[in-house]
Design a protein around this ligand. Sequence first.
Ligand SMILES: *[C@@H]1O[C@H](CO)[C@@H](O)[C@H](O)[C@H]1NC(C)=O
Length: 271
Amino acid sequence: MQCRACLLALTFLAAARGSASLPFSAPPAQGSALELVPSHRPAQQAARVAVHYLNYIASSPNKLQKPGEVKQAIRKDIPGVGHKYYIQFTTEDFLSDEKVCVCSATVLFQMKKPRPAISLNCTSNKNQKQAREDDYIFYKEMKQRTEAISGKEIPDSYGHIDPSLEPLWHLAIAGSSYIMWEKSEENLHYNVAQIKSVKQWIRRDDFIDFDYNILLHEIPTQEMVPCQMRIVWHPEQPMKVKYYCLPVPRSEEEEGSGIESKEGSASYGNF
Ligand SMILES: *[C@@H]1O[C@H](CO)[C@@H](O)[C@H](O)[C@H]1NC(C)=O
């Protein structure tokens, strides 16, 4: 059986396979391919970025995953393009640590393109029925509100999250996965540090809609990156994410394009 998150990934490639052996695309023989130590940072980073991508396309606050174990990693230098990683790894449930998927992925960090290009194939034994139900419970609860829900400092300075705000925290992590995927570089990664504030927009259509102010923790620079993020969500639709992050001051040789403002999802529609 394949979990919805994994199925979504598979649909992306239109390459679903029920077999136990993973379709693993081996790097071409020519050029410089290097076998990496799976537990070392470069292999771990490629897996991390692939999981951000998985969480974004799974588009659910209840199907969040985190990287498990990297089993194999190969890096290929593609002159003039960038570094392509061929990785095999497992994922775990974000909350329960239960094993969720076995994946093979390619992650291409491109020199001239803004975000890593990812393709992946995953299989899973986990039943996602409960997650699907939880999605609907959250969705209905938010949809029924006549007064917008709001919150701030999630988690608070003691690391505590009010149970009533937990789904909003998980939705924020799913949406932030889109930002973290886009912003990740070969040597730069992100975690969601805190929701500074969140506010719902009451809508008449089928979607639920939230404005977030979040802080991303940039590693290894230790910068806190404030981002505004808008998430428009329906349990059966790809998540729509719009964001604006304050540019992080960099030394001259690292200086990039500065201000960035992006929008996610192919089917963006009217916000
Ligand atoms: C995914 O599976 C397809 C079909 O077997 C294969 O062509 C592709 O290379 C695989 N991709 C990855 C990233 O393993």
